[in-house]
Ligand binder design. Sequence first.
Ligand code: A2P
Length: 340
Amino acid sequence: MSQGFDVAIVGATGAVGQALIQILEERQFPVRRLHPVTSSRSAGEDVIFHGMPVTCIDIEEFNFSCVQVAFFSAGEECSEKYAKKAVASGATVIDNTSAFRYDDAIPLVVPEVNGECLVKMKLPALVANPNCSTVQMCVALAPIHKAYGVKRVNVCTYQAVSGAGRKAMDELATQTSQLMAGQTVETNVFPTTMAFNVIPHIDTMQDNGYTREEMKMVWETKKILGDESIQINPTAVRVPVFYGHSEAIHLETEKPFELDDVVEHLKKAEGLVLASDINAFATPMMATEHDDVYVGRLRRDISHPNGLNMWVVSDNIRKGAATNAVQIAERLPLAQPPEI
Ligand code: A2P
């Protein structure tokens, strides 16, 4: 007799896939059998789950009817091709790409903010996991929106390269050593040299002059906070940091606030750690390997009566992707499979 769920991780050898395996272990998610799924490139390789090797399966050969949950983290194209087929086979899919986030029929969830929709969901179903920059911004904005109404947000991101996957991390490491050795750098993943540089271009350019990464923050924040009226003006920037996204958030509220009351609202918020001192802050390195969203540099905007500034940091691979996905799975009414 064996209890727990049969779980597939599509993209199991990738940056988020590896974190998913680690987080399922750490949070003791009841996994009966783990199925690591990849492309034919990594099929046959082993990943380690609870200290044991588990062999990756080529997605072309994988039968999703043998799992109750499938985490998809292998890029938009892969999700578009296989995620709905997986649901039709009986698996509940938690999709980490942007393939379904803007479909009104598919919930887009940050459990601390709008996780109540998961509890009574009819399964199997598809649930979308938001973009990493959106997750941490929504955790920080939600308590303020609830108390005062957030009218407008100006946000600049400082995003880690792990958000662009394993190859991007390798490219930053290689370029750093190439530049330190006075060699010519090679660039394949990023639009230009990433080492010792910052790049205000993530994802594709849109007709309106914003990047798709920036527009994701606009579309997704409105959907998660359930308020189309919030105005969001983002600039998304890639920085030579391996793990941890930072955001300088400047917002205006509808109602006036006292800073001490904002502190109390943020202190009570789930999944959020407020710096204890008004001048304190977190850095991406401090947030790495943690699941919380860290808020610091909280201060009134000296240029606007209802303005508030904050510095928000979180591990983009954990809370921005893998942890959020596992938290979604934890809240779903998954039915135990038959005993084997
Ligand atoms: P593979 O190693 O077989 O390419 P990252 O986001 O770190 O770049 O990782 C991407 C993950 O998604 C890897 O595990 C990769 O596996 C997997 N992947 C990429 N494309 C596909 C695909 N078409 N089908 C299944 N898995 C894929």
